[in-house]
Design a protein around this ligand. Sequence first.
Ligand code: HEM
Length: 216
Amino acid sequence: MKIDVLQTSFDRVRVNSSNFAALFYENLFLDYPEVKSLFTNTDIKKQEEKLITALVMIIDNLCNFPYLENLLKNLGERHVKYGVGVTHYEMLGKTLLKTLEYYLGQDWTLEVKYAWQDAYHKITKLMLQGAREQNPWENNFFPYLPSLFEKLRAEAIAQKALREGDSVTLVKEKLMADYYFQNVTEKIGKEKTLKLISHLIDEAMEREDHYNSVKS
Ligand code: HEM
C-alpha cells in the first residue's frame, strides 16, 4: 500500500472533513438512490461524522496492520446487520473516489487514484472477511445450504441429545452418522460438514437457553 501517498492526499480532506462527508453522501445518494433505503432511520449528520472518524482511524493506522485488520473486520461484521452487501461496497468505493477527485482537483494524479483504488479494495476485502466470519450459514456454506426443514430436524436431534446429557462430541458423532449429513459430507467434505454441524449445535444450544429462560 502506498501509505505516504494516501496520508498526504487525505490531509486535504482532514482540514475540511465535515464538508467532505456531506458531499460524499450527497454524491452517494445522487448516483445510487437505491442505497437511501439503508439509511431510513439514520441521522445523516451523525453518520457523516462517523464515516470521517472511521476514515481517519484507517488512514492513521495504515502502518499498524493488526489493529487495522481487527477494526475493519469488526466494522464489516456490523455492516451485515445494516443490510450492506458486496454491490454496496462497489457503489461506496466509486463515490469515495469521485468525492476525493473533486476535492483534490489537480492533485488527483494517477498515482493518487491507484493508491486509493488499491486501499479501498483492501479495506473492502477485510470488511467482507469480517462479514463472512459473522455469517457462516449464508457465506461459508454457500452454494450448499441445508433447507430450513433439514436444519430444524438436525437441531431437534441435537437438542434432544443435549437434554439427555450427551456431550457435544457425541452429538457431533450422532449427527455425522445421520443420513442427511452423510449426504452433505459427500458434497462438501468432512471438514466443512463438521463445521456446519458445530454451528448447528451452537444455534441449538442458544435456542435451548432461550427456551429455558422463557420457561423459568
Ligand atoms: C470503507 C467502507 C465503510 C466504512 C469505513 C464505513 C463506516 C461506517 C461507520 C463508522 C458506521 C457507524 C456504525 C458502526 O461503527 O458500526 C457505519 C454505519 C453504516 N454504514 Fe458504513 N462504512 C463503510 C461501508 C458502507 C457501505 C458500502 C454501506 C452501504 C452503501 C454502508 C452503510 C452503512 C449503514 C446503513 C450504516 C448504519 C447507519 C445507522 O446507524 O443507521 N457502509 N459505517
